[in-house]
Design a protein around this ligand. Structure first.
Ligand SMILES: Cc1ncc(COP(=O)(O)O)c(C=O)c1O
Length: 409
């Protein structure tokens, strides 16, 4: 494996590795580590800028609100949304997807409708649609994956018809790391049939530039903690006219215009869909994370993609290793050592301070499809080094030898 000159600098951006010098962290897809600029922004806000949002009539509160709303504008630019009001802050991708399914879904899905998802969806982009289908009597169509682990987009295109109300797909899947290639074509097809296109960008947005207008999606969601920002933050982007139609699911402070004892009227977007005190600290951190990631993302992705290729090849060379991730995944290697449970493998690796994820990855339909109960997954971040990958490969080899010994290959 070849070393990248910049990798040590990037790793130095993440104080966790100074505190945990022995750790090889391969779980970025589950949650990312914090770079110093995000920690500094959180620290500064807590020490000197904290105040209630949208309500205070004093400078501290006014400035906190300005900062919070500036992040909304920043997110809009980050994903090329036409207006900041199209960005709704949520607690994450899960909350955003549930909001779409619960508030938008019932208005557009009937017993006559079809909803298309894929078998590779994270539960967060599967269960809300499964329940919506069950509640409305709509049909849930589940697209298969190709031999390369990608969502079969041709299958999706072939199944869009006049009944298609919603197509909801991962922009990048969390187990195989495959990227959706034909989003604009899928959008065009579903729009031609009067349906709507939802993209789950939880994994993709950390690796590629996202332009919601070019993608032509109706909704796009992502989480802050997978892009080096705080957990408990996320965004829902929606077309303005569709967000306008969405009734607020959560009622309370901050989302009303007028309230009397008999009736209430709602505030305008985006605040109508953000009831209650918002996660000001988290959103400030999200803004810092985007500022950190955006200019570096092409270099980070080139770095992780090169390492991912090398890691994949090295793991595939180990006897009994089966790879599940897509050949062109840019930060994900999913695999199993046949005959060794993924949990045992992960526990063995942890003894050597190599942290990987093992389990169903909130993708049980995919596990059924792959005929496995669990998969080991190594996901890479900006801070991942060649040395980390070498340690992972050596540890998997050692685990294989420990659990399987001299068994036939
Ligand atoms: C593709 C995908 N979608 C949605 C989610 C849910 O994200 P969160 O738990 O941050 O809401 C994840 C989390 O791993 C994911 O990988």
């Amino acid at each position: 494996m070849s070393s990248d000159a910049a990798e040590q600098d990037w790793r130095a951006d993440f104080p966790l590795f100074a505190a945990q010098p022995q750790l090889a962290y391969f779980d970025q897809a589950a949650t990312g580590q914090y770079p110093q600029p995000v920690i500094t922004a959180l620290d500064t806000y807590m020490r000197s800028q904290n105040a209630p949002l949208h309500r205070g009539l004093y400078k501290l509160a006014y400035n906190a609100t300005e900062q919070f709303e500036a992040v909304r504008t920043q997110v809009a630019q980050f994903i090329n949304a036409a207006a900041a009001a199209q960005v709704i802050f949520t607690s994450g991708a899960t909350a955003a997807l549930n909001l779409i399914a619960l508030a938008f879904g019932p208005q557009h899905v009937t017993a006559d409708s079809e909803i298309i998802v894929s078998v590779a969806e994270h539960h967060s982009n599967f269960l809300p649609w499964q329940r919506l289908a069950q509640q409305t009597g709509a049909k849930l169509l589940v697209a298969p994956i190709t031999a390369n682990g990608a969502i079969d987009e041709d299958w999706v295109l072939a199944h869009i018809n006049q009944h298609t109300a919603i197509v909801a797909l991962a922009h990048e899947t969390n187990v195989s790391g495959a990227h959706l290639q034909q989003a604009p074509a899928i959008a065009a097809a579903v729009h031609a049939c009067g349906g709507y296109f939802v993209l789950d960008g939880a994994q993709a947005i950390g690796h590629q530039a996202v332009d919601v207008q070019a993608l032509d999606c109706d909704f796009y969601v992502f989480s802050g903690h997978k892009i080096y920002g705080p957990s408990g933050t996320g965004c829902l982007y929606g077309r303005s006219e569709l967000l306008e139609q969405m009734p607020p699911l959560t009622l309370g402070g901050g989302m009303v215009d007028t309230v009397s004892v008999t009736k209430a009227t709602w505030a305008e977007l985006p605040w109508r869909l953000e009831a209650g005190s918002q996660n000001a600290l988290g959103v400030i951190g999200l803004g810092a994370a985007i500022s950190y990631l955006q200019p570096r993302r092409p270099a980070f992705t080139a770095h992780t993609a090169a390492l991912t290729q090398q890691l994949r090849a090295a793991l595939a060379n180990i006897p009994d290793v089966q790879i599940y991730s897509a050949p062109d995944a840019c930060a994900t290697v999913s695999f199993n050592v046949q005959g060794v449970h993924a949990h045992d493998l992960a526990t063995f690796l942890d003894e050597q301070n190599v942290a990987i994820r093992a389990g169903d990855h909130c993708a049980q339909p995919l596990m059924h499809d792959l005929c496995v109960s669990a998969v080991a997954r190594a996901t890479l971040g900006a801070y991942t080094t060649v040395a980390d990958c070498q340690r992972l490969v050596a540890a998997v080899q050692a685990a294989r030898d420990f659990f399987l010994g001299g068994e036939a290959q």
